[in-house]
Design a protein around this ligand. Structure first.
Ligand code: IVH
Length: 672
């Protein structure tokens, strides 16, 4: 066998395997590569060709097995040496307090029990078995007692270590069964579904299904193409390694090369568990993958043993579920709304349904293409999703519940507000009403003008705006400033008091910052962000009005589309007249201080890793308030890198470029 092989070849193969495993771990688990992708590919190619030339030296732990192997006809069944139990659910704080009290009682000890709190990843549970540091088996959870052997498939997941690494004084155990969740991130899921639609294959309903489907491929070369990831959160049978707490176990697993979720908190009290739950609910919206709750585990292994388990689930763990963000309901009707810029948006009227604590009775269907893609019909049962502040969205039709009486929807050919014919421009998904006098557009324009980010006029609700436009009291936004007490109190459902409040609110709104003023005009593509940029760039309204297209295009943060839109807006006499009338009514524009005046002016920051106290968006906002800029990538122009927990490759790049690296505490100090 290998006796005749040149020892140098054997040495090189071992060297390549070790290096590739290490680089793979740095790249995928730490997001902190040491070599380029091309360098990695060259090493992989060299190893593949050596293993082809010397088949005797093939090894199941070799990184070359990540590309998958020949298809199999079915999966074998494997027994779990320790059952993979399920877990009980909690839905509110008092369920968690009951769990805590139960534990105190069972252990017969006081309040000082420590827990770990971990994100409950929404994927597929798997077990990985390592003998002397080499992955020999991967299995699904199955019914908890036995699952399916999917070893070749899990090997293709880049964050699954094929061999374990010795680090931080941890010895490689003779036997190690770890458990974790295979997930698919949002970006990967989106791309996979786009590819499937292009190939006329049915898209997956959600990342969890996509992860499950990808893991159950009989051809592991297909699994290798799917963007799967893993997080490890626990263990089965172990020989040759011990630990006293769940926190310690996770640390050891990290040292051995497993990817452990960075949002896990260990050794915390029950109060801290409840606090962290609230934080996690917030963070959930910014994560690149789905989580559906938080798993709370008693930290001490000795306590876990005493508590034991029921036939279904351990008594030492509980899943504090998040409220579902997706629910099913029925579409009662599809209405068409006309927006400020004339865009026709189909909106589904729903049988009211509670989603994550909010009653939802309408959901956007975006445009004609979206309706066709989803094949939504009036009467359909659908899944509706709500995420954060975003408008609820219809995500899927439940076709199995169709009766045949559903009515397909067609976009109207005439504007439902003014009756004029609508147009659909080439390369635009939106259908638009181009009648400038369309009452729906005027109403929406006014609602925008008085909204929070613009003139922020209190006491002028949507109904009042509709009424005033319908009665011809206001035909353009500038008319608002010419309203008097008498006219306002003549409106339906308007008392003397509210009329006088409204008139003073209008008067009080007349002093306005330049950025809000620009935003209030409702120029297409000039949202709050662009308006802010323009307000800093131009020191007077006239300068903005007279700016050439090239002047606008050269501004950092203003692209050609935005520049064109702003330029065209101020070339229309109607808009110039409008601005004049607003100013003539006594509106005072306050110009913003130049960016240069902030303590961070001219400085560019890059954020990497998880920050402890500041949410990423808040950190960004604070830096910008001081005149600084936050960029997504490191370059020679970067002034500071702010490194949080588990920083990514940006840190490495910054170090190479010699850019000052600061931690969150330093940033906060600088912001004071
Ligand atoms: S522990 C002893 N921890 O949630 C309790 N499970 O039934 C066993 N899950 O599908 C599970 N994240 O795969 C645990 N941090 C986490 C988890 C987690 C996700 C999944 C698990 C299973 C379900 C629990």
């Amino acid at each position: 066998m290998s006796i005749n092989i040149d020892p140098e070849i054997i040495k090189r193969i071992i060297q390549l395997r070790e290096a590739l495993n290490r680089h793979n771990y740095r790249y995928y688990a730490l997001d902190d590569p040491e070599i380029s992708d091309a360098g990695y590919d060259r090493m992989m190619q060299e190893l593949i060709s050596l293993e082809t030339d010397y088949p005797d030296l093939k090894d199941p732990g070799s990184p070359t097995s990540r590309v998958g192997s020949a298809p199999i006809s079915s999966f074998d069944t494997v027994d779990h040496s320790i059952p993979m139990l399920s877990i009980e659910n909690a839905f509110n704080d008092s369920d968690i307090m009951d769990f805590h009290k139960r534990i105190m009682k069972n252990l017969n000890i006081g309040n000082d029990i420590r827990y770990t709190a971990e994100p409950k990843m929404d994927g597929i549970a798997v077990e990985l078995v390592y003998e002397n540091g080499v992955l020999i088996l991967g299995a699904t959870r199955g019914d908890g007692e036995r699952g399916e052997r999917i070893t070749e498939n899990v090997k293709t997941i880049p964050t699954v270590p094929l061999t374990l690494q010795k680090k931080d004084r941890i010895r490689i155990p003779a036997l190690l069964e770890v458990r974790g969740e295979v997930i698919m991130g949002h970006d990967g899921f989106k791309k996979l579904n786009e590819d499937r639609i292009r190939a006329a294959l049915p898209p997956f309903a959600n990342p969890r299904n996509a992860a499950g489907g990808s893991l159950r491929q009989l051809d592991s070369r297909e699994t290798a193409k799917r963007p799967l990831e893993i997080f490890i959160y626990g263990a089965g049978k172990i020989e040759g390694m011990s630990f006293e707490t769940q926190g310690e176990l996770l640390d050891s697993l990290k040292s051995l090369g497993f990817r452990v979720n960075p949002l896990i908190r260990t050794g915390i009290t029950v109060d801290e568990v409840l606090f962290w739950y609230r934080e996690l609910v917030q963070k959930r919206e910014t994560l690149a993958y789905d989580i559906d709750g938080m798993v709370v585990k008693v930290d001490q292994v000795a306590f876990q043993k005493t508590l034991g388990e029921t036939s279904k689930s351990p008594r030492w763990a509980i899943a504090y579920k998040f409220e579902a963000v997706q629910e099913s309901t029925r579409i009662v009707d599809i209405e068409v709304q006309v927006g400020r810029t004339g865009t026709l948006t189909p909106v589904a009227r729903l049988e009211p349904v509670s989603i994550a604590g909010v009653t939802v009775s309408r959901a956007s269907l975006h445009n004609e293409d979206e309706i066709q893609k989803l094949d939504v019909r009036v009467g359909d049962h659908v899944f509706v999703k709500r995420a954060g502040d975003v408008i609820p969205k219809v995500v899927k039709v439940i076709e199995s519940r169709r009766t045949g009486n559903e009515i397909p929807f067609r976009m109207p050919e005439n504007c439902p507000a003014c009756g004029e014919r609508v147009v659909r421009q080439a390369n635009e998904a939106a259908v638009r009403c181009i009648n400038m006098e369309c009452p729906a557009q005027i109403k929406e324009g006014i609602k925008h003008f008085i909204s929070k980010g613009a003139f922020d006029i209190d006491g002028m609700g949507d109904k009042l705006v509709d009424q005033m436009v319908e009665k011809g009291i206001i035909a353009s936004v500038s008319d608002i400033f010419y309203l008097d007490q008498e006219t306002v109190s003549d409106m339906d459902r308007m008392g003397e008091k509210s009329a006088s409040n409204l008139v003073s609110a209008i008067a009080g709104s007349k002093t306005i910052s330049f950025s809000r003023f620009i935003y209030s005009l409702g120029i297409r593509f000039a949202g709050e962000y662009v308006s802010k940029i323009l307000s800093v760039e131009f020191d007077t309204l006239d300068h903005l009005i007279n700016a050439g297209k090239e002047d606008l295009e050269t501004i950092d943060g203003v692209g050609p589309v935005v520049a064109e839109s702003v330029f065209v807006f101020f070339r229309q006499q109607k808009n110039i007249d409008l601005v004049r009338r607003i100013i003539e009514s006594g509106v005072q524009i306050i110009h913003e201080p130049k960016r240069e005046e902030g303590a961070f002016s001219g400085k560019t920051f890059v954020l990497t890793g998880t920050l402890e106290t500041l949410a990423r968006n808040d950190a960004k906002k604070l830096i910008e308030e001081k005149g600084g800029k936050v960029s997504g990538s490191v370059s020679k122009k970067t002034d500071y890198i702010v490194a949080g927990d588990s920083p990514g490759s940006k840190l490495d790049k910054g170090q190479k470029l010699g850019i000052p690296i600061i931690d969150e505490g330093t940033l906060i100090a600088m912001l004071q």
